[in-house]
Ligand binder design. Sequence first.
Ligand code: NAD
Length: 470
Amino acid sequence: MKTYNVSINGELKTSTDTFEVKNPATDEVIGFAPISNEEEVKEAIEAAKAAQKDWAAQSDKYRKGKLMEAAKVLEDNTEYLAQWITKEQGKAMAGPGSMFEMQACVGWTQVPASLDLPVEVVFEDEARRDELHRKPVGVVGAIAPWNWPLMIAIWQIMPSLRAGNTVVIKPSEYTTIGTLEMVRLLNTVLPAGVLNSIAGGGKVGAMLVESKDVDKIMFTGSTSTARKIIEASGNNMARLTLECGGNDPAIILPGTDMTSKAGDLFWGAFINQGQTCACAKRLYVHENDYENVINILNDVSGQMAMGNGMDEGVLLGPIQNKMQFDKVVDLVEDAKANGARVIRGGKATGGAGYFYPITLIADVDNGSRIVDEEQFGPVLPIIKYKTVEEAIQKANDTRTGLGASVWSDNIDEATKVAQQIESGTVWINQHGAIHPMVPFGGVKDSGYGVEFGIEGLKSVTQPRVISIKK
Ligand code: NAD
């Protein structure tokens, strides 16, 4: 079985220290991933540092051109990389799965290639002119999670490169090979040292974030890891963009016709088997509509095939790893033991792979673990409310604040409610509908800093003022 390689300074590096990578749908070993040692991490950071000045000195036009070449590489290798995503991460090739993730990789590469940060004159009078220039930060350390492994890596890599930074990326230990292969392919069009990869678990990630030669960390993952990165930045002053977990509420306003919206709500909650940072993870429904909404969602859920994501017709795959699978089982068992009503699912499928069916849970409330904790799996607790004020209060009763949604036939009413939700984004009649031009980030424990669009590009730059006496 093949051992895959990291890319450092444009070259592939083999390693004798490796770990097994398994397919979560079959439990079969699909390859070996390398584990970087301290020397290799240093080598990758040094390569990025050495390449950064030349890369930054190139024109915007040149770097935009390189990103467009990178987008073409992703397009040409869509099927190959999508298959890695499915084999390694579990999501289906079809539907909003791996091919969709690859299309997103292309889009999130082309969009930063189209953006500019021109010099701004921030003040001018007869005595002086003050200009704000945007400079690259330097070396960006990118730490990625396992749920959307390639797409999130691209979110971190492409704006950084566009702005003139160089990158060292460490993929999640659960989804290493696809990312290493993507970096290898991107290196066929990027100058040596501009994009480097290292591999391994949290220890390897810590070596990257603690380095004195890393200037900015782009992190997506859990709040607990984010806290460790914040601590490390106390020593190296690395700038941070932290995209952490969420426990997004979705509120259906009283009397809303959900028949036409049920498909969007389903995918808003269950895309990637619910293993998405900005999935609807708690659904608040008015008491008069409660049973009707449950029935509508139950009907839609019954139409979605789950299985090995490589098989035709399959839209939903397994949970990605045992740690996450055990967490989902534990939360559902806790809900059942405390009197929750299981509408569908609620018991692991059994057999090979970490399959857990789409699970709808009724008659639960804030205060129960399935509502208060991010389940990050194919489970949706449905909570009954009497007044909209109560729904808003319960939606905000959490330490997280990544996304949220309000569902209504009256956009003005929905907007009024949206204004009162404490989260980075509130979607109306959609959930998790991110876009490469629209800033995305969290409040409270969901992190700080934003990605995407002009704001995201600014976040991988350093402002420099040039102040001229007239
Ligand atoms: P995680 O925090 O366990 O791991 C994320 C990455 O951090 C991995 O690459 C891991 O190896 C690395 N890491 C672990 N310890 C480290 C350390 N001390 N220093 C540096 N790196 C370290 O998270 P996960 O389980 O991979 O991801 C799931 C979480 O990510 C969920 O909570 C989810 O909501 C969140 N998430 C957020 C977003 C977002 O954009 N806000 C997107 C996807 C996932």
